[in-house]
Design a protein around this ligand. Sequence first.
Ligand code: ATP
Length: 645
Amino acid sequence: MPWNTSKPSDGAPADVALIERSWLRSFELHRLDPGRGEPPRVLTTSALKDHREPMACFMRIARGGMEALFGQIRDAGYVVLLADTLGVAVDFIGNPLFDQDWRRAGLWLGSCWTEEKEGTCAVALANLEQRAITVHHAEHFRAPNKTLTCSAVPIFAPDGRPLAVLDASAMESPDDRRSQHLVLQMVQSAARMVEDANFLHEFEHHHVLKLARRRDFLEVSADGMVVLDEAGRIVAISQSLREQGALVAALGRSVEEVFDHRFEQVADAARQGGYPLAMRHLPTGTQCFALVRPPRRRPSAAPAQASPSMAGADALQAIAGHDPQMQTNAQQALRVLDKGLAILLHGESGSGKEAFAKAMHEASARRAQPFVAVNCAAIPETLIESELFGYREGAFTGARSKGARGKIAQAHGGTLFLDEIGDMPQAMQTRLLRVLAEREVTPLGSEQPIAVDVQLICATHRDLREMVAQGQFRLDLYYRLNSVTLELPALRDRADKNALIDSLLREDGRQLYSRAVAITAAARDLLLRHDWPGNIRQLKNVLRTAMALSEGEPVSPEHLPAEIHGGQPPVLPPERMLSLGGVEAQACAKSGADEEPGKRTSLLQALQAHQWNVTETARSLGLCRATVYRHMQKWEIVSPNRLGH
Ligand SMILES: Nc1ncnc2c1ncn2[C@@H]1O[C@H](COP(=O)(O)OP(=O)(O)OP(=O)(O)O)[C@@H](O)[C@H]1O
């Protein structure tokens, strides 16, 4: 576990390649004139407010890092900028003596540093490539920027999403770009400081383990941080660990599965002042040390009293993208969150209902509490009751000896996401209605009700009104669930397909090749013309397969499956049929046409390879989970984990 490896330094040759590519785009894609004279555009105060408001909370935290950085470099004539992910400078610190000069150079609050307008520049490149970079003097594309030297570093949210860019710029500097190496390092450490402070703030109500390989450095400079929820599960890791790929596999596991300590020991250390624990990372046997930061007490017992999260609101905006209908959905969601209303998401399979529900949870006052998702279509009818409501010991033959908490009780204080609610059996509809009315749940075999307080979000691709008309869904439950219905557009109807393609190439490219992967105009054109029956999930799978086939080179038409070319879906052997992302939509859409015996074997092998983890299996095969469950039911494949029930 290489926690203490230092990050790659300046990496000048890599910078040169990025800068060359950006120049090409500036000429060919953005058709900019390098000789144009004006400085960057500066937004009006009210337009700037729209950029600052959503990140107000983060900006307060970032200010500390900006001031510390400015203190180190002000005498050398640098200013410090914080830009949002659209390249707008939302905060600025410079020596006020030179205000006029900064403003003329575009180093000013509200200035827009995008590649589309400015061509090659550091803030735009840090945003696009999501890595630290210096753009020095003539490396800038436009003439007025060529005297500048700018070093910019992206800052990430706890979930790995880009949040902002920190930049240090000067109007005068030596010609040799190596003179900026140290400045870039300083911006990097300030960015990391801001990122860590934001991380600790987001998880102030959790136990946080600060980890280091060397005990002496633990208190002054930890190698990374790990967050535990109330049940001792690892729910987040800091960006430093994420970048090194360390502990990513530990997410979602309990602390004792990953380290040789139980949660009680960790909580005990926290109570006694967080003394350093000597720990062993079980999968690798690596020794490390941990300081435990205890959770801060909530000011009130009710979690719903906390203030809404600005970072969460950002997450919601990010999921909404640039599509007007999705933006309206995000605004409406923000208005109705934390008001005790049930929310219904309606949209085709793969259109992002669960992703949107998660983002809503992150934006709500319940964000530090659990988000529990239940797919009603995936649980066999005989198990749905115990799964949802829980059971007491000995409630039925095969019940676990200690009983089990149901999903509804697990979501207490947080959000319960009921996916495919249209598939919930009628008897369960009646029980759910009672839970919603009485705000308590009675586990099977028990007479003792447990009080529950959950934000309920349901999702379906079905027409519930039609189901009500046909007597398949209870009218009273329908009214309870849809205080607010948000319609998620199908991908083919989204106005921001281009931006979605770019963000998937950037995010998944980062995972596969540590950088964004480009796409040719011809391939993009094919993607834009396709009608995407499997929606964003299908697009994501097609792009991942294409990126793998292109080996990181720009994705071009030959990397795309036949159906994207407007042809018939490829006729493939069953194994490939299940393993190609591009056929996901077909598999989802027509589960009746897939009877070949070879497919059962392929699915079985994939499930075994992923230790019967359906989510992982679905991901590896490029299918949606519901389809995997459907196939399992149809082909009578039973998980060994279920045999005991
Ligand atoms: N705005 C987005 N940007 C990038 N990826 C997205 C976005 N929205 C959804 N996705 C991804 O698309 C995939 C499908 O999303 P999700 O599971 O939320 O869809 P769904 O509508 O709940 O599907 P189903 O009805 O089949 O359960 C997931 O991998 C999700 O991460």
